[in-house]
Ligand binder design. Structure first.
Ligand code: GLU
Length: 306
């Protein structure tokens, strides 16, 4: 519980340098900074750059410039996920040792085709909270020998494959209810305040199906690396956008499986674009750099978001 911590709380802002920061990022960063300042906590910066195909050093520099312009300073060192793949590999090994992970070979196209074939039979196939179909592959039911053969064959042929969490087995491995403590569930329009209203949310990781933990183009997934890093960095309070609310179910499950501590979560409102949709990195009109170039001051941006 945040108010009973004997050590100062630890907050983090964790952007992915795969585009320019926008007003939504500013809200996240400024809220983290405000909660840290109000509680005498530490504020860390983590660059989530595991996706080596989309992340660029130029975006990283732009993020650092934008955050400095907003007047934010972070405790050293900055953590770059791409420098810590061994940490995520160790966690994956542990899940593998627990028998909760399996190799999966269907490509994105094959998943689409298989789901379309199932749905052509009349029954809708379940989607995850982001709208993607749950993994429909057969490998979960394979024997260890079948899996080992398939891995050897794919490796010899240079064919990429992913490691997925066997969600049903993983959920069963955790005894009792899986919950998290949330401070972001407040009536719309009330000021965000990361401390006072603590509510218990029931995690439902099953909604995500057999999530990917490691992929050929990134030796760790978002879910795995964010969970491992929050623990390794001693993060006590995760403050991030409402778009990641459901992902927290997976993070809580991984924390339980890996014996990692449980932070308090605060999922804040999203800033929507003029079209009413979530901001994306391609919305140039709400990019911090563009706003700066248009003559807005950091104080103007602060007034817009917090
Ligand atoms: N890297 C994620 C993003 O930029 C945020 C992850 C998190 O805060 O947990 O959307």
């Amino acid at each position: 519980m945040p108010h009973r911590l004997s050590k100062p709380p630890v907050y983090r802002f964790a952007p992915s340098p795969n585009g320019l920061l926008h007003l939504g990022h500013a809200l996240s960063a400024l809220l983290n900074a405000r909660f840290a300042a109000e509680t005498g906590g530490r504020l860390l910066l983590r660059l989530e750059d595991i996706d080596r195909t989309r992340c660029r050093p130029a975006f990283e520099q732009a993020a650092l410039d934008d955050l400095a312009w907003l007047g934010l300073t972070f405790d050293e060192p900055i953590r770059r996920q791409s420098e810590h793949f061994a940490d995520y590999e160790r966690a994956l090994d542990r899940l593998r040792d627990l028998g909760l992970v399996y190799p999966a070979f269907l490509t994105r196209g094959e998943i689409r085709t298989r789901v379309a074939a199932i749905e052509a039979g009349g029954a809708p196939w379940p989607r995850d909270p982001d709208g993607a179909p749950l993994y429909p592959g057969p490998e979960r039911d394979w024997s260890e020998a079948q899996r080992a053969d398939a891995v050897a064959e794919a490796t010899a042929a240079g064919r990429p494959f992913a490691w997925r969490l066997d969600m049903a087995k993983a959920r069963n491995a955790v005894k009792g209810p899986l919950t998290w403590q949330e401070t972001g569930l407040r009536a719309h329009g009330e000021p965000e305040d990361g401390k006072t209203v603590l509510e218990t949310v029931h995690a439902m990781p099953e909604a995500w199906g057999d999530v990917i933990l490691s992929r050929p183009d990134a030796p760790s997934s978002y879910h795995l690396s964010v969970t491992v890093d929050d623990a390794l960095q001693g993060v006590t309070h995760v403050v991030r956008g409402q778009d990641l609310f459901h992902a927290t179910s997976v993070h809580r499950l991984l924390q339980a499986l890996l014996d990692l501590p449980e932070p308090v979560y605060h999922h804040h409102r999203l800033i929507l674009g003029a079209d009413g949709r979530k901001l994306s990195k391609s919305h140039r009109d709400t990019g911090l750099r563009d706003l700066r170039e248009k003559g807005l001051s950091a104080a103007d941006v602060r007034a817009l978001v917090v």
